[in-house]
Design a protein around this ligand. Structure first.
Ligand SMILES: Cc1cc2nc3c(=O)[nH]c(=O)nc-3n(C[C@H](O)[C@H](O)[C@H](O)COP(=O)(O)OP(=O)(O)OC[C@H]3O[C@@H](n4cnc5c(N)ncnc54)[C@H](O)[C@@H]3O)c2cc1C
Length: 417
């Protein structure tokens, strides 16, 4: 079933009786060539690319809950390619290009909206760093503009420019950044993978990983044992728990990140505005809600819910930057489990176990990575060689110290990235 304007007209006239389910609901088969653990954005994108690009059709995605119920459906939907360091820079640049073609490729409306991302700065030192980062972005072939305080004021006049602690000096503007509808991304990749023959198996928790003589044999699940030649762990906040089933101790800590949405308001915020110094960022959804968030809750946890002190902190930051927000009423808040790595950058690599591959460490920035992560992880799993733009996302950098990508220079403390 393809979507098109004509199809929508036809279905409208026929009472919408011709739509079919987006994907099948198959039972697990006893064996597959490739099993992906985790039906989030990264797992589904990997399965799609494995099938669509590498012709791998004996593939299953095993999801312990329902597709899109994890972080892919909980994030604040910001997409950008504004990284500074080699490794991240080429990877996220590749990802943004894939975002720009995603709707055509998947024939699915992911509501990709390149409405611009503005990172504010509040001191001379921060302006210097923004200029350096802008140069890295331009060198990578992406767009960046350094905006003066006056230019920022023309675009977002409702900010508090003369705040005593955080006066606004200007901003780094990234026009091709923006937002996309998060769960539509999961649905689009799921539908695409299913169309290429991938089995998407929901309510199927992986409970064990079978290894013999250092070689992967398959997985144990709540729906029985499944043999596989290759298995990819793509479990985001649960990565450490799943890898522990293979006897691995990952350099990952899981932390909670919360987000909030207000009641629907008339359009007032065009793009994404970030206030890094106060740990606050905001955009407005197409339904009118102001969507915003802040920092991690600061303690390691597997509970996908947050605490009130952090809520208070985020509200304070919001009021500091944008006093007008005090008039809006919060409608909902939620939390997700972040797979925080020691340098704040991801891992896409083989493991020491033959046939077992790892994709994790997305911290709180993995939504924008979904298409490139799927593309690069599929490349690695299909060809056993790293994709050129993901070649630096190696696991052994935490063992040797070589190739660490600490964008913020905060050192090896997971919750500070
Ligand atoms: C509040 C919040 C705001 C965020 N904002 C942004 C943002 O604006 N921009 C951005 O780029 N990123 C953002 N992120 C980060 C982004 O959402 C994540 O990095 C990304 O979604 C993680 O990858 P995923 O989609 O594959 O994860 P998930 O959707 O969590 O997928 C992992 C899946 O694995 C499954 N699983 C776990 N264990 C097992 C098992 N044993 N067996 C089977 N299945 C298993 C889980 O059920 C889950 O569905 C945000 C996250 C949160 C929580």
């Amino acid at each position: 079933m393809r979507f098109s304007g004509l199809r929508i007209l036809k279905e409208g006239v026929r009472g919408n009786r011709g739509w079919t389910p987006h994907w099948r609901n198959p039972d697990p088969k006893p064996d597959y060539d490739i099993v992906i653990i985790g039906g989030g954005g990264h797992g589904l994108a990997t399965a799609y690319h494995l099938a669509a690009k590498y012709g791998q059709t004996r593939v299953a995605v095993l999801e312990k809950g329902y597709l899109g119920g994890g972080n892919i459906g909980r994030n604040t939907t910001i997409v950008r390619a504004n990284y500074n360091l080699p490794g991240n820079s080429e990877f996220y640049s590749h990802s943004l290009k894939l975002w720009e073609d995603m709707e055509q490729e998947l024939n699915f409306n992911t509501m990709m909206s390149q409405r611009g991302v503005l990172n504010l700065f509040h001191s001379d030192a921060q302006r210097d760093y923004a200029a350096r980062r802008a140069n890295s972005m331009i060198n990578q072939g992406d767009d960046a503009e350094l905006w003066s305080r006056d230019k920022v004021r023309q675009t977002v006049p409702y900010l508090d420019f003369d705040n005593g602690r955080f006066p606004i000096y200007g901003g780094l503007y990234h026009a091709r950044g923006g937002t996309a509808r998060h769960d539509a991304v999961a649905w689009g990749y799921a539908r695409g993978a299913d169309q290429h023959g991938v089995d998407l198996i929901q309510n199927c928790e992986v409970t064990g990983i079978d290894i013999e003589n250092g070689k992967l044999r398959g997985v144990q699940t709540t729906r029985g044992a499944i043999r596989a030649k290759k298995v990819g762990i793509v479990a985001a906040g649960r990565s450490s728990q799943v890898a522990a089933m293979a006897g691995m101790r990952l350099p990952i800590e899981s932390h909670v990140l919360q987000a909030y949405v207000t009641e629907g308001l008339k359009p007032c915020i065009d793009g994404v505005v970030t206030f890094g110094m106060g740990h606050f960022y905001i955009s407005q959804s197409d339904k009118g809600g102001l969507v915003f968030g802040g920092d991690l809750d600061m303690y390691a946890s597997y509970a996908a819910r947050g605490n009130l002190p952090l809520t208070e902190h985020v509200m304070e930051a919001a009021m500091t930057l944008m006093p007008m927000i005090g008039k809006a009423r919060i409608l909902r808040s939620w939390g997700g489990i972040m797979d925080m790595s020691p340098d704040g950058s991801p891992i896409i690599d083989k493991t020491h176990i033959e046939g077992l591959y790892l994709n994790c460490g997305w911290c709180y920035g993995g939504f924008k990575a979904v298409p490139a992560s799927g593309d690069c992880f599929a490349h690695l799993m299909a060809t056993d060689t790293p994709h050129p733009v993901a070649a630096r996302l190696r696991l052994d950098r935490f063992e040797t110290g070589r190739g660490l990508m600490d964008e913020e220079g905060t050192g090896s403390q997971h919750n500070l990235h």
